[in-house]
Design a protein around this ligand. Structure first.
Ligand SMILES: CC(C)(COP(=O)(O)OP(=O)(O)OC[C@H]1O[C@@H](n2cnc3c(N)ncnc32)[C@H](O)[C@@H]1OP(=O)(O)O)[C@@H](O)C(=O)NCCC(=O)NCCS
Length: 183
């Protein structure tokens, strides 16, 4: 199935927020755009599964989550790289914008969930995704863009221009019997 044009898709944010310079650097067989409401069917979760165990919530729940993100203005930015000949996702990454009271009401971009399909790794797609997300973050006005990663990915992020700073702390919630209260 050939590439579905952006104009026929319901996108998470305007495609114009992705640098046109960066679009021009992609291999002609590939296309980069915001996540679309129909990307469950283009292998979004399959690509994310190279990163961690993915529990498939089903299409309806996936679409519900997509709309919850889209209804939070100027907060969630997920980009996908599409193989033009198959119309399937081969790379994905997100940045979300945290608004602060500090730094003169500054903002910070948090990069999350970067994944490139196994067959496509080593072709600079990860780099392009990070460049696209950093561009969005910096264009929004974030004074910094940050992310967490394991030691083995540090060289990759260094190639993308990031530097190691401070430490990550995590506390995982205990298993629960009931669904969490969503405020
Ligand atoms: C990590 C990942 C996103 C990198 O994407 P990629 O498309 O394979 O990487 P790129 O081709 O864009 O690499 C850019 C540069 O980083 C280097 N690089 C990439 N991964 C690296 C690694 N693990 N160790 C050392 N260098 C690495 C590449 O060699 C390339 O260097 P070059 O510019 O000198 O040629 C991808 O391998 C992936 O999806 N891995 C599994 C999921 C994951 O770990 N995600 C990150 C979560 S924090």
């Amino acid at each position: 199935m050939p590439l579905t044009p952006d104009s026929e898709l319901d996108l998470l944010f305007p495609a114009s927020l992705i640098s046109s310079e960066l679009k021009a650097q992609l291999h002609p067989d590939l296309h980069i755009r915001p996540l679309a409401s129909t990307d469950y069917r283009r292998g979004h979760l399959h690509v994310l599964s190279v990163l961690t165990i993915v529990t498939d919530p089903g299409e309806a729940a996936w679409v519900h989550q997509y709309h919850a993100m889209r209804s939070a203005p100027s907060t969630y930015y997920t980009v996908v790289i599409i193989n033009r000949s198959t119309d399937m996702i081969v790379g994905v990454g997100s940045v979300f914008i945290e608004r602060k009271f500090l730094r003169g009401l500054g903002s910070v971009g948090h990069i999350e969930d970067i994944a490139v399909d196994k067959d496509q790794q080593g072709k600079k797609l990860g780099l392009r995704i990070i460049q696209a997300l950093t561009y969005i973050s910096e264009n929004y006005g974030c004074y910094k863009t940050i992310l967490n990663c394991n030691d083995s990915n540090i060289p990759f992020y260094e190639k993308c221009g990031f530097k190691k700073k401070e430490n990550e702390m995590a506390k995982y919630a205990p298993e629960r019997q009931n669904s969490p209260l969503r405020l």
